[in-house]
Design a protein around this ligand. Structure first.
Ligand code: PGA
Length: 251
């Protein structure tokens, strides 16, 4: 039986004040958990310590939005996996489409980050997803399969025992236009089938999240699908009551 997981991706948003206000809304509501759902928030790096301190003793877990594949040394501006662990992060989002597109992150680099993150003890949340052009030209499945396969090739299928995959169609991110529950379920089933081709047990156990305009209005229908185990939530995770409602939508 897979546990449900809802992850808030705060992206490059927030100030000390706004984050404290957001947590004042979240912490009391989540202090004893919600429906047995695992809840993770991923603030920008400078606020990791503040959030770690504020969520102490509460059922919210800390994550980060990116990490270097290097351990330490002369990499100005980079953050190592060990540093994230030291700041009490347990999860890290990898390969978000904004990083693939704006920072030119390749499947190979993301796979290296995945391995480095796991070696430090972090749980990677590997983001995959097709663009609108790729969906329109019929290559959505192949695109996502290639993104997952890059990690399978470098890390091996058993590495997915300690990882999460988030399917986020690029055209649905921040657009208010979520994939339909059927479109999302179809891609999730395809990802699980791809992994099952390597190891059926790992495929059955891995948490697959949907991301892309998840809101309190569409979460319940998405989360009801057989292969959707929760969500990676951007915009709506900046609003405490919307995020709590999304967590409550897990059946
Ligand atoms: P969104 O972002 O919920 O604002 O669409 C999701 C994400 O980018 O992870």
């Amino acid at each position: 039986m897979r546990r449900a997981l809802v992850v808030g991706n705060w992206k490059m948003n927030g100030t000390r004040d706004s984050i404290q206000a957001l947590l004042r809304g979240l912490v009391p509501a989540v202090s004893h958990g919600i429906n047995g759902v695992d809840i993770v928030v991923c603030p920008p790096f400078p606020y990791l310590a503040l959030v770690a301190e504020t969520i102490k003793g509460c059922e919210i877990v800390l994550g980060a939005q990116n990490v270097s594949c290097e351990e330490k040394g002369a990499f100005t501006g980079e953050i190592s996996p060990g540093m994230l662990v030291d700041c009490r992060a347990r999860y890290v989002i990898l390969g978000h489409s904004e990083r693939r597109q704006q920072m030119a992150e390749t499947d190979e680099l993301i796979a290296r980050k995945f391995v480095a993150a796991q070696q430090a003890g972090l749980i990677p949340i590997l983001c995959v997803g097709e663009t609108l052009a790729q969906r329109d030209n019929g290559s959505a499945q192949a695109t996502v399969a290639a993104q997952v396969s890059a990690v399978l090739t470098l890390a091996g299928v058993t590495a997915l025992e300690r990882a999460v995959i988030a399917y986020e169609p690029v055209w649905a991110i921040g657009t208010g236009k979520s994939a339909t529950a059927q479109q999302a379920q179809q891609m999730h089933a395809g990802i699980r089938e791809l992994i099952a081709g390597h190891d059926a047990e790992v495929a059955g156990a891995i948490q697959l999240l949907y991301g892309g305009s998840v809101s309190s209005a569409n979460a319940a229908e998405l989360f009801e699908q057989a292969d959707i185990d929760g969500g990676l939530v951007g915009g709506a995770s900046l609003d405490a009551s919307a995020f709590i409602e999304i967590c409550n939508s897990v059946s």
